[in-house]
Design a protein around this ligand. Structure first.
Ligand code: ADP
Ligand code: GLC
Length: 484
């Protein structure tokens, strides 16, 4: 099958969070299972890293969007380690900026251009996609564009569309006045009319109304977003379309995240031989500037520091717990100032227990996954979450709130049956988090003897889970086949 995969992030070229990882791994595994996949992403300033070379494929495409006459060129290179072509939409005025998102008041235009350029690229290459796979609001206009401005082209006669929702908290909702700038041709009648009358136009809503199938990144989140509590206003539309709404759990890319071969960590280990993990812990402590104390459990955090991720609970729980209990904490992440300030102050107050790295660093992220004993992810909501799965793979027991993909991937350890992979709290409140953290620290105990053996047992439970994309990619292929 021919698949056109469009995303605003693709690792390693452009990544803010998990979307970047998924938009690299899923195409890779689709290609390995025999599909022909072309990936399209904007050429942001940071795509140009040393050692990367790009070939120009299309010197100029003109896209008329209302008053704008946008000109883009298309450049390509392979997705590293694969034979998959990634196409970069170059338009200096729109994408050549330090950040990936925000910062210009023209987000609607930037991502409308991404969608148009993707379809124009297909025309140029005479690539007839069986499936156009859009991701999040940034490419959610594609299904409607195919029914309107591009409907004349026989190239797309058989094309079906899939929209994957990675995070319903971001909907691309703009003032209705931007509509002419989206280039929907005669499609204005097909956008949600009540919303227009209310003065709004939503990219994600438009995609939800027009995609042939909608997926989201875990079965639990697929149910949650159909409820008022988690639907962020889109739940009525998702309920209307529930016959074509599917929850497909993300996988992890075991070429990148696998302690047996990870090139970013100082020692390798596996479920059969966990010894190397201790060397990773020591290296983590050294690089974080904390004393290495093998018998203390280390809790790791790698995250965007934003409201979604639940760190408000940490602000209530961690300062007291650090006084009462012996453990260490390493946090990697940037985001909202109030969370950055909190972790900075915590590190100042507990200099031998807490380290905070306000950075985006792949190397540090891998070292934290490998060197920590526990991984903390108290998200308010979590469509899927990759870090808890990386943690499981690295023998690092996750502490999570029971929501979305966290609920689908982590189970409470049960000493009697020996089942379970982590520590899960049901209610998003400080009592819940304190309970789960307390239970995790109690289970670690002194970190040796019988407690250590028991710990290893639960580490192995997680490390042996089938979390890789090879276990997931079939679900997408079956969906594509059903649509075709
Ligand atoms: P989300 O997509 O909501 O941010 P996920 O758990 O799905 O959450 O994915 C987050 C991804 O971003 C992971 O690959 C994680 O390692 C990475 N990440 C987040 N913050 C950082 C950081 N500060 N440095 C390096 N990687 C980070
Ligand atoms: C989003 C979600 C996260 C998910 C990722 C990849 O950023 O917040 O839970 O894992 O997308 O699908």
């Amino acid at each position: 099958m021919n698949v056109l995969f469009v995303s605003s992030e693709v690792a390693p070229f452009a990544k803010v969070g998990g979307l970047g990882d998924v938009a690299a791994a899923l195409p890779r595994y689709l290609a390995e299972s025999g599909e022909t996949v072309k990936v399209v992403v904007p050429m942001y300033a940071k795509v140009h890293a040393p050692g990367r070379t790009f070939t120009e494929v299309v010197p100029e495409i003109r896209i008329e969007l209302g008053p704008h006459d946008v000109r883009v060129s298309i450049h390509t290179c392979k997705l590293p380690g694969t034979n998959v072509d990634v196409y970069f939409v170059r338009c200096a005025a729109l994408f050549d900026r330090p950040g990936i998102y925000g910062g210009g008041g023209d987000e609607h235009l930037r991502f409308a251009v991404l969608s148009h350029a993707s379809l124009a690229l297909c025309q140029y290459l005479q690539f007839a996609p069986d499936v156009v796979h859009a991701n999040d609001w940034q490419s959610a206009l594609l299904p409607l564009l195919l029914k309107t401005r591009y409907a004349w082209d026989r190239l797309f006669a058989k094309t079906r569309t899939v929209l994957t929702i990675h995070n319903i908290g971001h909907q691309g909702t703009f003032d209705a006045r931007v509509l002419p700038e989206t280039g929907l041709g005669d499609g204005f009648g097909l956008v949600h009319q009540d919303e227009l009358r209310a003065g709004r136009f939503g990219f994600l809503l438009t995609g939800i109304l027009h995609a042939n199938a909608i997926t989201t990144v875990s079965p639990t989140y697929a149910r949650e977003i159909q409820t008022p509590e988690h639907g962020v206003g889109l739940d009525p539309y998702l309920r209307q379309r529930r016959d074509v709404l599917f929850g497909i759990l993300n996988g992890i890319d075991e070429n990148e995240w696998n302690p047996e071969i990870d090139g970013r960590i100082p020692a390798h280990y596996s479920d059969a031989d966990l010894d190397g993990k201790e060397a990773c812990k020591e290296a983590l402590m050294t690089s974080a500037g904390l004393p290495y104390r093998p018998h203390l459990p280390v809790v790791g955090i790698v995250s965007r520091l934003v409201w979604q991720k639940g760190f408000d609970l940490c602000m209530g729980v961690l300062p007291k717990l650090l006084e009462q209990r012996a453990f260490q904490l390493v946090t990697l992440g940037t985001g909202e100032p109030k969370y950055e300030d909190f972790f900075r102050a915590l590190a100042r107050k507990f200099p031998r227990q807490v380290a905070y790295l306000p950075a985006f660093s792949e190397n540090a992220a891998h070292l934290i996954e490998a060197g920590s004993d526990l991984f903390l992810m108290p998200s308010r909501y979590e469509p899927c979450g990759l870090n808890q799965m990386y943690s499981l793979r690295y023998g690092t027991l996750p502490i999570v709130h029971k929501t979305g993909g966290l609920a689908d991937t982590v189970w409470n350890v049960d000493f009697r049956s020996g089942r379970g992979t982590g520590f899960v709290f049901d209610h998003f409140d400080e009592t819940g988090l304190a309970w789960a953290l307390g239970r995790a620290l109690d289970s670690w105990g002194t970190g040796d003897g019988a407690q250590r053996e028991r710990w290893k047992h639960f580490q192995r439970n997680g490390m042996r889970l089938p979390l890789g994309w090879d276990h997931r990619v079939g679900e997408y292929r079956r969906l594509y086949q059903r649509l075709a």
